[in-house]
Design a protein around this ligand. Sequence first.
Ligand code: FAD
Length: 502
Amino acid sequence: MADLPLMITLMTVLIYLLPSCIKSSEIILPKSLNLTLLTDPSAISAASHDFGNITTVIPGGVICPSSPAEISRLLSYASNGERKFQVAARGQGHSLKGQAAVLNGVIVNMTCLAGVVISDDMKYADVAGGTLWVDVLKKTAEKGVSPVSWTDYLHVSVGGTLSNAGIGGEVFRNGPQISNVLELDVITGKGEMLACSPQLNSELFYGVLGGLGQFGIITRARIVLNHAPKRAKWFRMLYSDFTALTKDQERLISMADDTGVDYLEGQLFMSNGVVDTSFFPQSDQSKIADLVKSHGIIYVLEVAKFYDDPTLPIIGQVVDMLTKTLSYLPGFISMHDVAYFDFLNRVKAEEDKLRSLGLWEVPHPWLNLYVPKSQILDFHNGVVKDILLKQNSTSGLTLLYPSNRNKWDNRMSAMVTDEEDVVYIIGILQSATPQNVPEVESLNDSIIRVCKDSGIKIKQYLMHYTRKEDWVEHFGTKWSDFSKRKDLFDPKKLLSPGQDIF
Ligand code: FAD
C-alpha cells in the first residue's frame, strides 16, 4: 500500500505518454502514387479509436485525400499483385467496435472529402462521402430544401450511415437513408471509379447500400431532397401501459402523411436508470419521477409534426388528434415548438452536455436490434422487464419504436427482420466504464440468447460479429450474393476489415 502514490504517478505518466508511444507498422508508398501518408502519433492515435471506446486498433498510416482519384490510386496499388495492405474508409469513426479500423493498414480519412452541390431543380444534392449530415442539412436548408430521412445524431458522415442503413424517426414514412439515394460514385477494392444506380452497375449500387464498407468507398451520393419545413411541433407523452404505447405507435405509423406525424420514436424511463424529465414542465418533473418509481417503467412516445405556417388547419387537426385520441396518462404530455434544424440536431445538445461532464468519451457497448411486431410484447417481457429492469442500475438510453418494413429495399445489403409489415427498432444504448464493459457486454449477450431461446426473430444493427457463422446467419438468404459481390468488387479483401466479415 505504501507504493500506491508512486503507482498512481506512474500510471498517470503512462496514460499521457500513450498516444506518442503508439507505434504503427511501416507502410511505404511509392513516390509515383503522389500520396502523403500520415504516420505521426496524433494521426495514428486518432484513427485507432472510435466512439465505442472499447477497441484500439493501430493503423499503419492515414491519408487525407484531396480527390477521389487519390483513393483510386491507393486501392489500385494495394490490390495489384500480392495484397500490400488493407484499407478502411473512416467517416467520423462513430462506430462501436473497430468497424472503421484497420490493423497496420491505411485509413482513408473521408472527412477530407466533403461538400454539397444542390441540383438546379433542387430535387437532389450530390454530396461527397465524408460530408457530415449536419452540413448537408445546413447547406440544403439555406435553399429551402432538405433530405427526408435522418439519424438521431447528425454528426456522422454520409458514407458511414449509407454503409449501415441510416435509421431514425422518419423511417416509417420515408424509409432509411439508404432508400433515399439515387446514385453513387464508388471506388471498388480494385481501385476502379464507378458511378452506379438502380440502372447502372446496379449490383454495386445495391451491394454498397448497407454493405458495411465491403465493396467500395463511397465518394459521392446523390441524395433525394424535398421541401424543408421551417418548424416542428415536438411532443412527448407518457404511458404506464406498454400495450397502449405500441397500439398508439402502430396506429400513428399507419396514417397518411397529411393527417399523421412526420417523426415517431419512443423510449423507456426505468426506475434503475437515469430519468431525464427535462422535456416536461418543472411542475411535473417530480410527479414523473414518482410515476417511474411506482411503475418500474414508464414509456415515452415521442412524435413531431413539421410545418411552415402555424395557421394551416392541418397543424391544428394533427395536434387535436394527438392530444385527444391517444391513450397516454392524462396530463402527461409536453409540447415544444422548435426550428426544424434544432429538432433534427437535438442530440448535439446532449453531446455537449455529456462532454462537459466527461461522459461522452466513455465506452459504449450499445446493442441495436430489429424485432418483428408480433414479438414485441415477448421482447418487452423477456428482455425489458426480466433483464434490463432487474439490473441494479442501468446507464444510458433505451429506444423502442416501430417502423414500416415496406420502406426497405431487399435488393440492398442492409438486413432487417423480414417476417412482417411492421418492425420495431430497439436501441439499448448503455454507457460503461472501462472496468464494467465485460459486464455490459455479457448482459447484451444474454439479451441475444434469451431472444434466440424464446424464438424472437431479431436482427442486429451496427453489429460486430467475430465468427463467420454469425455473419452467414445474419445475412441469411443474402449471404451468397454478399460474398459473391465481395469476390467481384474487392477480391483481395482489402476494404473495411474491421467489420471482421471476410
Ligand atoms: P465510421 O464509423 O467512420 O464508419 C462506419 C463503417 O462504414 C466502417 O466500416 C467504415 O469503414 C465504413 N465507411 C465509412 N465511410 C465510408 C465511405 N465513404 N464509403 C464506404 N464505407 C465507408 N445510426 C443510425 O442509423 N441511426 C441513429 O439514430 C444513430 N444515432 C447515433 C447516435 C450517436 C451518438 C452515434 C455515435 C452513432 C449513431 N448512429 C446512428 C450510428 C452511426 O450511424 C454509425 O456508427 C455510422 O457508421 C457512423 O458514421 P461514421 O461516419 O462515424 O462512420
